[in-house]
Design a protein around this ligand. Structure first.
Ligand SMILES: [Zn+2]
Length: 381
């Protein structure tokens, strides 16, 4: 799809701009992202008063506890060492829930992330199970996505993580997965910037075209399996933080003081690869700076001022003094020479539409926006 170059425009309410090719502005200069986001925030449970939210939360917790009666745990909890999932764990224990914490180790954890997960679970008395991905297979899949030259290199990790959480819920006969995903810090996710998280057809097609290994152990779920988990087994993905007045800065301070949680300086930067992909490859090669969507989500939620976001965005997304070392580190870990890495950076840009993908992914903007809900769509119900 060839697109005409568009005149630069930035939203007057958030900081999303025409670096997202699908952005649409209304007459006041407000974009579809913050408009959609405000819509989500105006609906329950987010729109409820503190008191009403508490009632809803109590009702949910009661259901989770009932489901857990006679079982070793009452819910599954995904942990990454990041602030959202750590605060979810903290909250779950405050409400006397007994979760089984699951972490998928894809080989790129930072020391801080490992420290956070281990310390926090220990302090909270939560059992943590780490599932270690087959590194050779995972590395091969990551390389395949780099060669596919789409902005979706991070979806294999997300896909594996979500698959394992559902698998564990089934294994332990549990109906609830508590996730750190929420609509305060991440209500804006432009599909063009990363797409296909739940699309096994796309992931397997990319591996088939560019991979050198068969995916034998990679945790995955096709549409049928997803339906089985959600509809037949009725397993629910719960955006737990949507049931409280989640204030990211306050949450950070609280878990740092009470749980010895350490800050790693930026959303989703607890993994070395995520950090590298998000702060270097995505903005440099594709022109997508994810800080825009994180900041915009916070602006809409009233937790960041637009002028502060604009000031932050003037800074480089990556540390210019350290980037050479980071490139060397990632290239070496992926078994790439620097020339090979540069070749990948220079490949023509593609999108999911250039590869086999699930039929639910359409070409028009409406379908694309609908798609942004696929990730959270897992939660519906
Ligand atoms: Zn906007």
């Amino acid at each position: 799809m060839k697109k005409k170059t568009r005149e630069y425009q930035i939203c007057t309410r958030c900081v999303m701009d025409t670096s997202n090719p699908d952005i649409v502005f209304d007459r006041q200069g407000h974009c579809n992202h913050c408009t959609d986001s405000l819509n989500i925030l105006s609906k329950p449970p987010l729109s409820l008063s503190k008191e009403k939210k508490k009632q809803e939360l109590d009702r949910l917790v009661k259901k989770i506890k009932e489901d857990g009666k006679g079982k070793s745990y009452d819910c599954i909890l995904g942990v990454s060492g990041g602030v959202d999932s750590t605060y979810t764990a903290y909250l779950a224990r405050q409400l006397d829930l007994n979760p089984l914490a699951i972490h998928v180790d894809n080989g790129w954890n930072t020391d801080i992330a490992v420290h956070n997960m281990e310390t926090v679970c220990k302090k909270l008395g939560i059992e943590m199970r780490t599932i270690v991905a087959d590194w050779e297979e995972f590395r091969d899949l990551q390389l395949s996505f780099l060669k596919a030259s789409t902005p979706d290199s991070e979806i294999p990790s997300d896909h594996a993580m979500q698959s394992i959480m559902f698998e564990m819920a089934e294994k332990e006969s549990l109906k609830f997965i508590l996730a750190g995903t929420n609509h305060v810090t991440e209500s804006i996710l432009p599909p063009a910037w990363s797409r296909g998280h739940m699309d096994w057809e796309y992931i397997s097609a990319v591996q088939q075209q560019f991979g050198t290994k068969e995916l034998k152990t990679f945790p995955h779920m096709d549409t049928k399996k997803q339906d089985y988990y959600r509809k037949t087994l009725n397993i629910k993905w719960v955006h737990f933080l949507d049931y409280v007045d989640y204030d990211k800065d306050k949450a950070k301070k609280e878990i740092a003081a009470k749980l010895d949680w350490k800050d790693y300086g930026g959303k989703h930067l607890e993994s070395t690869y995520t950090k590298f992909f998000q702060t270097y490859i995505l903005p440099t090669k594709f022109g997508f700076d994810k800080r825009r969507m994180f900041f915009s989500s916070l602006i809409v939620a009233g937790q960041m001022r637009r002028q502060d976001a604009l000031r932050e965005l003037e800074k480089s997304p990556y540390d210019k003094d350290k980037i050479k070392d980071e490139i060397n580190y990632v290239a070496e870990k992926l078994n790439l020479t620097l020339d090979e890495f540069n070749e990948i950076m220079n490949l023509p840009k593609k999108t999911i539409l250039d590869y086999p993908h699930s039929s639910s992914i359409g070409q028009n903007g409406k379908a694309m926006r609908l798609l942004s809900k696929i990730k959270r769509g897992l939660s519906s119900g």
